[in-house]
Design a protein around this ligand. Structure first.
Ligand code: SAM
Length: 284
């Protein structure tokens, strides 16, 4: 279902999700500061999550398919892991924006440590409304951030405005199946999960409607890849690692502090009702 209702930034909700010490510790230790899923092909090990994450970043680089020196917007950069990878490996010049000040600070600090300050810059910004002039970028990507969008149509329109003609957009992330196709017991699990994670965007589009939102914003879709089979091994590995710790935390009612664990365990229960899609599109 596509909703045309706008909304506003829920900074308190996002701070609650990403700011809790337990959540930050999880990302630092398990994901080496990346805040996204991973990519595993047949024959590759799923157990080292950070390696799967690096492979996913390499997939993003291939889909962007831009030459070194290209200017690229990272919409929702988190601590800048993806930006540094693309800058370091492909020579792209990445501008990362995020609405969480502590993510922006962390991204700058880690880029300084990696001596990548010249090719990666980070600032506070809401990707629905940025200050950069029209056509500022050769590429834009959203690595698992559109799910947080309070108005996905507006975010896509902003990406379109910021790209030069011929500029490339890559969107990666989990997308739910249409509500009518999800059994009631799974929906009852999904909706509180999306609310707890401030994933308001994920309620505004689904596997059937997201492509239409992208074309309505003026893009030509080059590829819509259902990459679920490449993502699923990471969900399996995280579930295997954290199923029991999460059950113990639940017993003591301490799950609020550990939303990332909730995410790994509950997403697994919903795995047959979510697809991981990679959209590659061009601004004509
Ligand atoms: C799942 S994390 C992904 C971070 C990063 N892309 C990565 O893969 O490590 C989602 C990020 O989007 C950011 N975010 C959410 N809504 C945003 C908005 N309206 N504008 C900019 N950033 C936003 C969050 O603060 C968070 O850092």
């Amino acid at each position: 279902m596509v909703s045309d209702i706008g909304g506003e930034l829920d900074l308190t909700g996002l701070r609650r999700v990403y700011g809790r010490p337990g959540h930050r510790l999880f990302y630092a230790l398990v994901c080496r500061n990346a805040r996204h899923w991973g990519w595993t092909e047949p024959g590759q090990s799923k157990w080292r999550c950070w390696q799967a994450q690096r492979r996913l970043e390499a997939v993003l680089g291939r889909k962007l398919a831009l030459p070194p020196g290209s200017r690229v917007l990272d919409a929702g950069a988190g601590s800048g892991v993806v930006a540094r990878r693309l800058a370091g490996r492909l020579g792209l010049r990445i501008t990362g924006v995020d609405v969480l000040d502590f993510h922006v600070r962390e991204a700058r600090r880690l880029s300084a440590l990696a001596a990548l300050e010249e090719r990666t810059t980070f600032s506070w910004g809401d990707f629905h409304e940025l200050d950069y002039p029209d056509g500022s970028f050769d590429g834009v990507y959203s690595m698992e951030t559109l799910c947080h969008s309070y108005d996905p149509a507006r975010a896509l329109a902003e990406f379109h405005r910021l790209l030069r003609p011929g500029g490339r957009l890559v969107l990666l992330g989990p997308v739910g199946f249409p509500a009518a196709e999800v059994p009631a017991d799974k929906r009852a699990l999904l909706e509180p999960y999306l609310d707890a994670m401030t994933m308001v965007g994920a309620k505004r589009y689904d596997t059937r409607s997201l492509g239409g939102l992208i074309t309505d914003a003026g893009f030509r879709i080059e590829e819509e890849l259902d990459a679920s089979s490449y993502y699923r091994p990471t969900t399996e590995a995280l579930y295997a690692y954290f199923r029991i710790p999460y059950a113990v935390l639940r017993r003591f009612g301490a799950t609020e502090q550990w939303l990332a664990l909730r995410s790994t365990v509950e997403m697994y229960a919903l795995r047959d009702h979510i697809a991981w899609l990679v959209h590659t599109a061009v601004k004509p």
